[in-house]
Design a binder for this molecule. Structure first.
Ligand code: NAP
Length: 435
């Protein structure tokens, strides 16, 4: 028995996620009403074309192209259209008319988040976005609520399933990047235009959202350092395996105590195969959070998929609806810390540099001097020389592991080595994370 009036829910979008949200709202209507204490009445679903085929069985009479009217009649608006406009405009309209909003739109939040959150705060409405990062995995609520009394020091996430699938295929089958990408596309894990995934734009948007929550700081997307996985080679993957590492595309958000700021970056990195993130296979996602009091926490699961993402959307919808029933201010995201988002140049990481150098006396000392002259301390050196049919190669392969060094210093080392007479080529420069 529910006593509160039915809450009017407007859905914007009936694609992969929206159609599943609609289906689950209809199928689980009684259960959701019992949990909320009020019926959730789906008053309509805005789409571009009401005649397009849908993934799930949705009553056709709910579909409309008139999003504006739906928004004005709703208590809660669920935005699942994607893209920047008109999604931004619709969300602002919904908030300004007093509705709470649920969205999965990471691109919009990473680009216009401050404007949307400010509007929500001014009008006393709530903006929920659990589904915007890592699909079904609950990570936004833990950062916003569960860890609100702790101090997050670092987040490392595998937040893009497509790139994790590609890197995992390269690792497990020896495939090249192009081969693994083609396979991901044939299985529907990668889009025909994979740029947003493989160039890490998608992961950078998620990193910006995670960092702003973790560090209570506005993180403009343009301050997120971004490197994709298109240049990762089969040789790098094999070398990583030999050394007990695996290559992952990591979204890293960390406090830099020395520099009094934060670093937010996305790039491929070597991580120990025994690290919890090293074991994340296929298209799965995981977010590894380090906090001062809580220690290390790992959140793992499906990072995308219509029905999986719909689970996170429905969780937000239930929270929003409960707030209507019970009242109260809900959560406010704060940017009170206002930490500086520092450039990649000042970030200290360990590196692995692989190069082909002349196999002659004194060469190793010359190369070591280049590192030390830039204050980059070498931790390990492995040297090997290829012998082909009894003939020794004229160059040696040097794999040099560094202690933590600034990205700027390492770049200077690489630049100087690439101009050096004793170095034939630099075949790999990759960061080592998770130590
Ligand atoms: P989608 O399959 O492309 O569906 C988009 C829906 O929005 C379609 O129903 C489309 O209508 C409708 N739409 C688009 N522009 C519209 C407009 N101007 N007016 C009215 N309706 C409009 O997208 P999706 O994969 O469900 O993703 C939705 C959101 O969830 C995105 O922000 C995405 O980043 C996020 N997300 C998705 C996943 C996932 O696994 N798919 C995971 C996490 C987060 P028509 O059907 O008529 O074209």
């Amino acid at each position: 028995m529910t006593e509160y009036r039915p809450l009017k829910i407007a859905l914007l979008g009936a694609g992969s996620v929206g159609s599943q949200v609609a289906r689950l709202m209809i199928e689980n209507k009684a259960e959701l009403a019992a949990r909320v204490g009020a019926e959730l009445e789906l008053i309509g679903i805005a789409v571009r074309d009401v005649n397009s085929p849908r993934n799930a069985d949705i009553p056709k009479e709910l579909l409309t192209t008139d999003a504006q009217s739906l928004i004005l009649s709703a208590d809660i608006v669920v935005e699942l259209m994607g893209g920047l406009e008109p999604a931004r405009n619709y969300i602002l309209q919904a908030l300004n008319s007093g509705s709470d909003v649920v969205t999965a739109n990471k691109a919009l939040l990473a680009t216009h988040g401050p404007e949307l959150f400010d509007t929500a705060e001014q009008v006393g409405a709530q903006l929920y976005f659990e589904a915007a990062v890592a699909g079904a995995i609950p990570i936004i609520r833990p950062l916003r609520e569960s860890l609100a009394g702790d101090k997050v020091t670092r987040i490392m996430g595998i937040v893009n399933g497509t790139t994790n699938y590609i890197l995992d295929q390269m690792d497990s089958t020896g495939a090249t990047f192009d081969q693994a990408l083609a396979e991901a596309q044939s299985l529907g894990y990668a889009e025909a235009d994979p740029t947003a995934d493989v160039e890490a734009y998608d992961a950078a948007q998620k990193a910006a959202i995670l960092a702003s929550l973790a560090f209570h700081t506005e993180v403009p997307l343009e301050k997120v350092y971004r490197e994709g996985i298109t240049k990762v080679t089969a040789e790098q993957i094999q070398a990583a395996q030999r050394d007990g590492y695996v290559i992952k595309l990591l979204a890293i958000c960390e406090r830099l105590a020395d520099a009094d700021g934060i670093s937010v970056r996305v790039h491929p990195a070597l991580i120990d195969r025994t690290h919890p993130l090293g074991a994340v296979r296929g298209a799965f996602n995981a977010v590894f959070v380090e906090a001062e009091a809580a220690g290390s926490l790992m959140f793992y699961g499906a990072g995308a998929g219509g029905v999986q993402t719909a689970s996170a959307v429905l969780g937000d919808l239930v929270s929003a609806a409960k707030r209507h029933v019970a009242g109260g201010p809900g959560l406010a995201d704060s940017v009170h810390a206002n930490l500086e988002v520092l450039p990649i140049d000042v970030v200290n990481t360990r590196f692995q540099v692989t190069l082909e150098a002349k196999d002659e006396p004194g060469v190793l000392a010359t190369i070591a001097n280049v590192f030390s002259s830039r204050s980059v301390s070498i931790e390990t050196v492995e040297q090997s020389v290829r012998v082909d049919k009894g003939v020794r190669s004229k160059t040696a392969t040097l794999e040099i592991g560094t202690h933590a060094a600034s990205n700027k210093a390492l770049q200077d080392v690489v630049q100087t080595l690439s101009e050096s007479d004793v170095v034939d080529s630099i075949t790999s420069v990759i960061r080592v994370e998770g130590i």
